[in-house]
Write a new protein. Structure first.
Length: 389
């Protein structure tokens, strides 16, 4: 058997395994690390819906309280049950007893406002901080992400779009934190996930949108899940994937977007000193300094700033000066550099402001997805098996 044949067989086996894993996950739960970028040392937990069994070091304990204080003690955990016992342990597991269950979490150190999470929690001490894992059903997780990513003022058609994007991203990136023992963190590094805010009436719209798009994901021409990336506002034109991440995707192409320009978040400005900007250029290999006659105009999005034969990525400028996007003009007046920008975010994939505006103008979720992602299909993930055979 030649190398080519071995590679083909390996790819078939690998694809089949990933499909099995994806199908299995959608029937079960995922693990999400909460407060991932915070050094949590103390947290207060109370059941909000339903009831829970509490396991300490995998042993079920009896308790007469619904209030629990957990904090790190050296390399271990301390569990204090209000008006009851105190335990020193290595693991704590809040395991739901009811199909609809939720916990209220208040981080005491560092302080955060109350958050509410469905299903189970598993807590350990990692690097002398609390590692809090939410073991949650997939669709409940998607509900939390859609709420965290979109807020509470959108219509159901827009929620449908975000539900499909979130489900696609989730199933495609199962192993993002595999080496740490969970699937995702709750930060924007994965997807923003702050649980469920039960005080917001719009939750009913989010649930309705998720249920009406149940099982739907976005695939490319080979029926692989796409990179369902999105950003806040493209400023009127999206970016090619390779101009941002040096990785080309045929469906992530730069397009003209007239819709987001109707939103108030489109335009922004920032001013820095000319000396600061020249120092930045010098530190990045430029042998020339710009003067008060310099001007850089983007009629269409570019990937780089070029001066004579020297070039630097606009992404690098954006990140260094903390700009809202790479879609900016530069004008120098006296000793100041003026950035006149459009859009918020990396600019690749779906523009959230543009998509929201399109729903207000009568476009449906599938129309909008196909506007921003070129040559893709929206399918039930269960049917991928049938198409792949």
């Amino acid at each position: 058997m030649n190398t080519s044949s071995i590679n083909i067989i390996f790819n078939i086996i690998f694809t089949s395994l990933m499909l099995c894993l994806t199908f299995s996950l959608t029937c079960q739960s995922i693990k999400v690390a909460l407060f991932y970028n915070k050094q949590v040392t103390e947290i207060f937990i109370t059941p909000y819906f339903g009831s829970y069994n509490i396991y300490v070091n995998d042993s079920l304990i009896n308790n007469t309280s619904n209030s629990f204080l957990i904090r790190k003690i050296n390399n271990s955990l301390e569990l204090k049950i209000l008006h009851d016992s105190t335990y020193i342990c290595n693991t704590i597991h809040f395991k739901k007893k009811d199909s609809i269950s939720a916990l209220r979490l208040k981080v005491i150190s560092p302080f955060t406002t109350d958050r509410y999470y469905n299903d189970d929690l598993y807590i350990t001490n990692v690097n002398n901080n609390l590692r809090i894992i939410n073991i949650v059903e997939l669709e409940k997780y998607i509900c939390g992400v859609v709420e965290s990513e979109t807020g509470y003022h959108n219509n159901i058609e827009y929620y449908k779009i975000q539900a499909i994007l979130c489900r696609t991203y989730t199933l495609k990136n199962l192993g993002k934190h595999f080496d740490e023992g969970f699937n995702y963190c709750d930060d924007v590094h994965c997807q923003s996930y702050k649980g469920i805010n039960y005080s917001k009436s719009s939750n009913t719209l989010i649930y309705e949108a998720i249920n009406s798009t149940h099982n739907l994901v976005i695939v490319d021409t080979l029926l692989n899940l796409i990179d369902a990336v999105y950003h806040a506002n493209c400023g009127g034109q999206t970016m090619n994937a390779e101009d941002v991440w040096n990785s080309k995707r045929y469906y992530l192409r730069s397009i003209y977007d007239p819709y987001c320009k109707k939103k108030r978040n489109t335009l922004w400005n920032k001013v820095i000193s000319l000396n600061e900007f020249n120092n930045f250029l010098n530190d990045n290999g430029f042998k020339v300094n710009i003067n008060n006659e310099y001007e850089f105009i983007q009629m269409q999005r570019r990937a780089n700033l070029k001066i004579n034969n020297e070039s630097i990525s606009l992404r690098k400028i954006r990140e260094y000066f903390n700009l809202k996007s790479t879609f900016f003009n530069i004008k120098v007046k006296n000793d100041s550099v003026y950035f006149e920008g459009k859009g918020i975010g990396h600019g690749v994939g779906l523009c959230q402001d543009g998509a929201e505006q399109m729903t207000l103008e009568g476009f449906t979720f599938d129309n909008i997805i196909n506007f921003y992602y070129k040559g893709v299909k929206i399918v039930d993930y269960h049917n991928i098996w049938l198409f792949k055979e």
